[in-house]
Ligand binder design. Structure first.
Ligand SMILES: N[C@@H](CCC(=O)N[C@@H](CS)C(=O)NCC(=O)O)C(=O)O
Length: 373
């Protein structure tokens, strides 16, 4: 006799609709585990999309979190900030203005720039595994052998996004070279520190965790490569995403930015920042051409970008500017010595353009979509 398993949403805990293969699910899950709040993870199957995600959010995406009072929260940044503002215990936002600045930058770098390497490595070296994983997550109710064919259909839609991310045969060697450079730098940093800023993880660690854990550690061929070339990064993936670990630790004293982080922060200044600046230019033109526009499309055309010295094209994504505005808001709130110190850091990492930057129309998330504020 087969037991009937009822999937009830417990009232006192958070629920995370997520899946093992999902990049941003790994980011949220790692954070919730460290924060040590009670939560249940529910696999985001097709049925769960239909029953929970679509009615709550209006479009298909994961992860989605439902709070104990039934509030729906979508987007990992909003999920983390929602929990941070309601739960006691240590915070993942450093108090030091420089560390907080670097942490916000690295969240953006992980979420949106390392995404390129995450998608490239999954679909170049782990394609069959990924299809099976799509099948296992979305069609968990089907017999194993039927899942692969279904997973192929869904996986193909994600693979088709590669050119929009600027991943082409032309950029592929540069994607590999810049990822190798990142791995080497992060591995060297982890020889000195447990996390980015000491023995406590920050919002920046969780930004990096998405691409590094769910794709580049967990996908078998990429994981093997990481174990070999950057074993400390593989170990960091394990403990940052670990089932339970002490939600404590401290950020290094004196608001110090470990010197070993500078090569990574400089990658942000050199590689990602120019695209963000170009995105702002496009956003301003879009706004001028759509003065009545309110909800933003997910992409507003294509633009030129350069990765590892190779130039190609990719989509213009307004969401990146929503995340950048978190960085510039933090900067704008600083004064006196804090401001001087933060600006000196930006100069050091080649991101001085961020000082006093006009980021274009103000953006906000409303009803799980991006809008002009
Ligand atoms: N910025 C969002 C991104 C979420 C996201 O892109 N999730 C992927 C799975 S890892 C997804 O569901 N994508 C579907 C889509 O974007 O249409 C977050 O931080 O939560």
């Amino acid at each position: 006799m087969v037991a009937l398993v009822k999937q009830r949403r417990p009232k006192m805990t958070y629920t995370l609709y997520a899946a093992p293969l999902s990049l941003y699910s790994g980011k949220a899950r790692g954070y919730l585990r460290w924060k040590n709040v009670p939560f249940r993870e529910v696999l985001a199957t097709r049925q769960v999309y239909v029953r929970e995600i679509l009615p709550r959010v209006g479009w298909p995406v994961m992860p989605v979190m439902v709070a104990p009072d039934d509030t729906t929260v979508q987007d990992t940044t909003d999920i983390i900030d929602y929990v941070e503002s309601r739960e006691s215990g240590p915070t993942i936002y450093p108090e030091g203005p420089k560390q907080k600045l670097a942490a916000l930058i690295l969240e953006l770098f992980g979420d949106e720039w390392l995404l390129i390497a995450a998608m490239y490595y999954r679909w170049t070296f782990n394609e069959e595994f990924a299809y099976q994983e799509f099948g296992n997550a979305l069609y968990a109710e089907l017999p194993l052998e039927e899942r692969l064919a279904k997973g192929r259909e869904d996986g193909a839609r994600f693979k088709a996004l590669l050119p929009l991310l600027g991943i082409t045969p032309n950029t592929a060697p540069a994607v590999e070279a810049t990822y190798e450079e990142f791995l080497k730098a992060f591995d060297a940093h982890l020889a000195q520190h447990q996390y980015l800023f000491g023995s406590r993880p920050s919002i920046g660690d969780y930004g990096l965790l998405g691409p590094l854990y769910a794709h580049n550690y967990r996908d078998p061929a990429s994981g093997e490569h990481m174990e070999k070339t950057a074993p400390r990064v593989a170990s960091w993936c394990r403990y940052t995403h670990a089932p339970q670990h002490f939600g404590g630790g401290t950020f290094v004293g004196g608001d110090e930015i470990p010197g070993t982080l500078l090569p990574i922060l400089k990658m942000f200044g050199r590689e990602q920042l120019p695209i963000l600046l170009s995105t702002i230019k496009h956003m301003k033109s879009w706004h001028a051409a759509n003065p009545e526009g309110d909800e933003l499309p997910r992409a507003i055309g294509m633009h030129e970008f350069t990765i590892g010295g190779v130039t190609d094209h990719r989509g213009v994504v307004p969401y990146h500017i929503w995340m950048l505005q978190r960085v510039t808001d933090h900067l704008a709130a600083l004064s006196g010595d804090d401001k001087t110190q933060a600006e000196a850091l930006l100069v050091l990492i080649g991101a001085e353009t961020l000082i006093g930057l006009d980021t274009g129309p103000r953006l906000q998330r409303k009803n799980f979509k991006l809008h002009l504020a």
